[in-house]
Design a binder for this molecule. Structure first.
Ligand SMILES: [Zn+2]
Length: 151
Protein backbone atom coordinates (compact mmCIF):
# COMPACT_ATOMS: atom_id res chain seq x y z
CA UNK A 1 0.00 0.00 0.00
CA UNK A 2 1.44 3.40 -0.96
CA UNK A 3 1.61 5.85 1.93
CA UNK A 4 -0.73 8.80 2.16
CA UNK A 5 0.58 12.09 3.46
CA UNK A 6 -0.52 15.25 5.16
CA UNK A 7 1.84 18.18 4.79
CA UNK A 8 2.26 21.13 7.09
CA UNK A 9 1.23 24.59 5.90
CA UNK A 10 4.79 25.48 4.82
CA UNK A 11 5.01 22.65 2.32
CA UNK A 12 2.66 23.65 -0.51
CA UNK A 13 5.31 23.27 -3.18
CA UNK A 14 6.22 19.78 -1.99
CA UNK A 15 2.52 18.82 -2.05
CA UNK A 16 2.32 19.73 -5.74
CA UNK A 17 5.39 17.70 -6.60
CA UNK A 18 4.24 14.67 -4.62
CA UNK A 19 0.95 14.80 -6.54
CA UNK A 20 2.79 15.15 -9.84
CA UNK A 21 4.63 11.94 -8.90
CA UNK A 22 1.27 10.28 -8.24
CA UNK A 23 1.25 10.36 -4.44
CA UNK A 24 -1.69 11.21 -2.21
CA UNK A 25 -0.64 14.47 -0.53
CA UNK A 26 -3.24 16.27 1.54
CA UNK A 27 -2.36 19.91 1.99
CA UNK A 28 -4.03 23.06 3.26
CA UNK A 29 -2.37 26.46 3.72
CA UNK A 30 -4.22 26.62 7.05
CA UNK A 31 -5.35 23.83 9.38
CA UNK A 32 -8.00 23.97 12.04
CA UNK A 33 -6.85 22.89 15.50
CA UNK A 34 -6.91 19.12 15.67
CA UNK A 35 -7.22 18.63 11.91
CA UNK A 36 -3.70 17.32 11.41
CA UNK A 37 -4.09 14.89 14.29
CA UNK A 38 -7.35 13.51 12.97
CA UNK A 39 -5.87 13.02 9.48
CA UNK A 40 -2.92 11.22 11.05
CA UNK A 41 -5.35 9.01 12.94
CA UNK A 42 -6.93 8.15 9.58
CA UNK A 43 -3.57 6.80 8.51
CA UNK A 44 -1.76 9.71 6.88
CA UNK A 45 1.92 10.32 7.52
CA UNK A 46 2.55 13.86 8.73
CA UNK A 47 5.37 15.64 6.90
CA UNK A 48 6.70 18.80 8.49
CA UNK A 49 9.53 21.27 8.53
CA UNK A 50 8.46 22.68 11.86
CA UNK A 51 10.15 20.97 14.78
CA UNK A 52 8.12 22.92 17.31
CA UNK A 53 4.71 22.40 15.79
CA UNK A 54 2.17 21.71 18.52
CA UNK A 55 0.53 18.82 16.73
CA UNK A 56 3.72 16.99 15.88
CA UNK A 57 3.73 13.48 17.15
CA UNK A 58 6.72 11.25 17.51
CA UNK A 59 6.03 9.64 14.16
CA UNK A 60 6.01 12.89 12.19
CA UNK A 61 8.59 12.98 9.43
CA UNK A 62 10.84 16.02 9.69
CA UNK A 63 12.38 17.30 6.46
CA UNK A 64 15.55 19.31 6.79
CA UNK A 65 16.18 20.65 3.24
CA UNK A 66 14.69 23.95 2.02
CA UNK A 67 14.65 23.02 -1.62
CA UNK A 68 11.75 20.93 -2.90
CA UNK A 69 13.91 18.56 -4.96
CA UNK A 70 16.00 17.81 -1.88
CA UNK A 71 12.85 17.28 0.19
CA UNK A 72 11.62 14.70 -2.32
CA UNK A 73 15.03 13.01 -2.29
CA UNK A 74 14.96 12.76 1.49
CA UNK A 75 11.47 11.19 1.42
CA UNK A 76 12.66 8.73 -1.19
CA UNK A 77 15.87 7.91 0.66
CA UNK A 78 13.95 7.26 3.87
CA UNK A 79 11.51 4.98 2.09
CA UNK A 80 8.37 7.11 2.23
CA UNK A 81 7.93 7.35 -1.51
CA UNK A 82 8.65 4.91 -4.27
CA UNK A 83 9.41 6.07 -7.76
CA UNK A 84 6.88 4.64 -10.18
CA UNK A 85 6.80 6.50 -13.47
CA UNK A 86 3.57 4.78 -14.46
CA UNK A 87 1.73 6.86 -11.87
CA UNK A 88 3.33 10.21 -12.70
CA UNK A 89 0.72 12.74 -13.83
CA UNK A 90 -2.23 10.63 -12.69
CA UNK A 91 -3.31 12.96 -9.89
CA UNK A 92 -4.52 16.57 -9.94
CA UNK A 93 -1.62 18.70 -8.73
CA UNK A 94 -4.07 21.36 -7.51
CA UNK A 95 -6.61 19.30 -5.55
CA UNK A 96 -4.96 15.89 -5.03
CA UNK A 97 -7.79 14.05 -6.76
CA UNK A 98 -6.96 11.04 -9.00
CA UNK A 99 -7.44 12.06 -12.64
CA UNK A 100 -9.90 10.33 -14.96
CA UNK A 101 -9.71 9.69 -18.66
CA UNK A 102 -11.50 12.61 -20.30
CA UNK A 103 -14.58 11.56 -22.27
CA UNK A 104 -13.96 12.18 -25.93
CA UNK A 105 -17.06 14.32 -26.37
CA UNK A 106 -15.95 16.69 -23.60
CA UNK A 107 -12.66 17.57 -25.30
CA UNK A 108 -13.72 19.90 -28.08
CA UNK A 109 -14.76 22.66 -25.70
CA UNK A 110 -12.22 22.02 -22.94
CA UNK A 111 -8.84 21.74 -24.60
CA UNK A 112 -7.06 23.95 -27.14
CA UNK A 113 -7.44 23.07 -30.82
CA UNK A 114 -3.81 22.04 -31.24
CA UNK A 115 -4.20 19.48 -28.47
CA UNK A 116 -7.54 18.23 -29.72
CA UNK A 117 -6.29 17.69 -33.25
CA UNK A 118 -2.87 16.34 -32.35
CA UNK A 119 -3.62 13.77 -29.67
CA UNK A 120 -7.14 13.56 -28.24
CA UNK A 121 -6.38 10.29 -26.42
CA UNK A 122 -3.79 11.10 -23.76
CA UNK A 123 -6.05 13.66 -22.07
CA UNK A 124 -7.27 13.37 -18.51
CA UNK A 125 -9.37 15.58 -16.29
CA UNK A 126 -9.93 16.22 -12.62
CA UNK A 127 -13.47 15.44 -11.42
CA UNK A 128 -13.04 17.89 -8.56
CA UNK A 129 -11.86 21.11 -10.28
CA UNK A 130 -12.67 20.12 -13.89
CA UNK A 131 -9.24 21.04 -15.15
CA UNK A 132 -8.02 19.14 -18.20
CA UNK A 133 -4.45 17.83 -18.46
CA UNK A 134 -2.56 16.59 -21.49
CA UNK A 135 0.99 15.67 -22.45
CA UNK A 136 2.73 18.84 -23.62
CA UNK A 137 5.53 21.27 -22.96
CA UNK A 138 4.47 21.94 -19.39
CA UNK A 139 4.51 18.25 -18.57
CA UNK A 140 7.82 17.74 -20.35
CA UNK A 141 9.36 20.47 -18.23
CA UNK A 142 8.13 18.86 -15.03
CA UNK A 143 9.37 15.50 -16.23
CA UNK A 144 12.79 17.01 -16.98
CA UNK A 145 12.98 18.35 -13.44
CA UNK A 146 12.07 15.00 -11.93
CA UNK A 147 14.72 13.29 -14.00
CA UNK A 148 17.27 15.93 -13.06
CA UNK A 149 16.51 15.20 -9.40
CA UNK A 150 17.32 11.57 -10.14
CA UNK A 151 13.84 10.05 -10.20
ZN1 LIG B 1 -8.30 19.26 -9.57
Amino acid sequence: MPQKFILDAMLGKLARWLRIMGHDAYYRPYYKPGEIRSRVNEGRVFITRNLRCSECRKEAVFLSPDQVGEQLKQMHREGYILVDRTIWFTRCMICNEPLLQAPYESLRQNVPDYVYFKNPYGISYCPSCNRFFWPGTHRQNMMARLLKWGF
